[in-house]
Design a protein around this ligand. Structure first.
Ligand code: NAD
Length: 353
């Protein structure tokens, strides 16, 4: 059984649960809109399915409703920000607003954001920057049960550490590359497990370090009480990017890296290094616009490879999904919907379709 739900209905239900868990009405609406936008964008792993975890994290004290970003260091083009365990969908946006204003003022801004609760889809922040004509680079680490194995290793040692690059394209939608450095996002394994699906070779190792196709190895404890692990994308190269995200998003931000055994905490804490660049201030704006336009046109002239309709630019799949899901609704599997209903019950909200 499954549910296909309208985005507006979902936003209202999710906001109601968040408000009952302690968020102000404005915060509840903003977090709900962000989660539903992730579903609309095709990334169900970072959508409303995260809500039960957020509700548990609030109850455990790992996520603080109504927290705001705190400026710890401000030297103009560099800022160190503390998310104070607030909703990433709130403190991440506040941090970006501060950073965008600085990049507009000075031509660039580098900021660190530590101790943000789950930032969700990192592309959301790059979209804020590209909408203002800025280039954005984000390196993010994840403080939560370590689910990704180092290249050559046999168990999980770090998180799905996302990396995101947004580049505005004059007269066109931006290039928006936004990906987990794991072969696939952990949340997608939760979705696959809930659907009872197997996953392709090369995604996972089991609790003994052996290859497996069962997404359950990273979702539920295995026979020995341990979990399996996700592999990084791109073998040793993706592994290197994951470590760069841990060093930049975790160590450099002051938020911390993961170097301890897994615990059962439901919170997911992100650290993020962000670099913002205003191309207009580099003196290359005209050639940047022209070269980017000509390069993208050149890419699109490539004949479709076997199994493909056309070459795409990063960001296009998400934009297409938004149009389709706004029109057709958001499909949620029964397990995910059941978890949301149960999360509502925990805070006294009855959710019905
Ligand atoms: P993914 O594997 O679907 O890759 C997405 C990226 O690839 C997007 O930029 C997309 O536009 C591009 N893309 C997809 N198909 C393409 C094609 N055919 N041609 C060109 N480009 C294409 O995404 P993922 O790795 O599963 O990550 C999903 C989301 O999870 C991201 O938004 C990421 O930020 C988020 N995430 C967040 C955290 C966190 O802790 N906050 C951790 C991990 C991942």
């Amino acid at each position: 059984m499954s549910h296909t739900l309208d985005a507006t209905f979902l936003r209202t239900q999710v906001a109601g649960i968040l408000a009952a868990a302690g968020s102000s009405p404005a915060e509840a609406d903003q977090v709900a809109a962000n989660l539903v936008l992730a579903n609309l964008s095709g990334h169900d792993s970072h959508g409303v399915g995260m809500l039960p975890r957020y509700i548990d994290a609030i109850a455990e004290g790992g996520l603080t409703p109504n927290a705001a970003v705190k400026v710890k260091v401000d030297i103009g083009t560099m800022m160190a920000l503390d998310g104070q365990r607030g909703f990433g969908q709130i403190v991440g946006v506040q941090a970006m607003e501060l950073g965008i204003a600085r990049a507009k003022q000075h031509g660039s801004c580098i900021f660190t954001l530590s101790s943000a609760h789950h930032l969700g889809r990192i592309g959301h922040f790059a979209e804020m920057a590209t909408a203002q004509g800025l280039v954005a680079l984000h390196f993010v680490n994840v403080l939560s049960r370590p689910v990704v194995a180092p290249w050559g290793g046999g168990d999980g040692r770090f998180g799905t550490n996302p990396c995101c690059i947004g580049v505005p394209l004059a007269g066109a939608e931006p290039f928006l590359l936004d990906f987990a450095t794991s072969r696939v996002a952990q949340g997608k394994m939760r979705v696959a497990h809930n659907k009872g699906e197997q996953v392709p070779d090369g995604y996972l190792i089991d609790e003994h370090g052996a290859p497996t196709n069962d997404p359950g190895v990273v979702v539920v404890p295995q026979s020995n009480g341990l979990f399996g692990a996700l592999m990084t994308f791109g073998e040793h190269k993706g592994y290197g990017m994951a470590i760069a995200c841990e060093l930049l998003g975790g160590a450099l931000t002051g938020g911390g890296t993961w170097h301890r055994p897994a615990d059962a905490a439901r919170s997911v804490v992100n650290g993020m290094l962000t670099v913002l660049i205003d191309p207009a201030r580099l003196g290359t704006q005209a050639s940047f616009e022209q070269e980017a336009r000509e390069f993208v046109a050149w890419l699109r002239q490539s004949p479709p490879g076997a199994g493909f309709d056309a070459v795409q630019i990063a960001g296009e799949p998400e934009r297409r999904a938004r149009v389709e899901r706004e029109r057709d609704g958001i499909w949620l599997d029964d397990a995910t919907w059941g978890e949301i209903v149960a999360a509502g019950a925990k805070v006294g909200v009855t959710v019905t379709v």
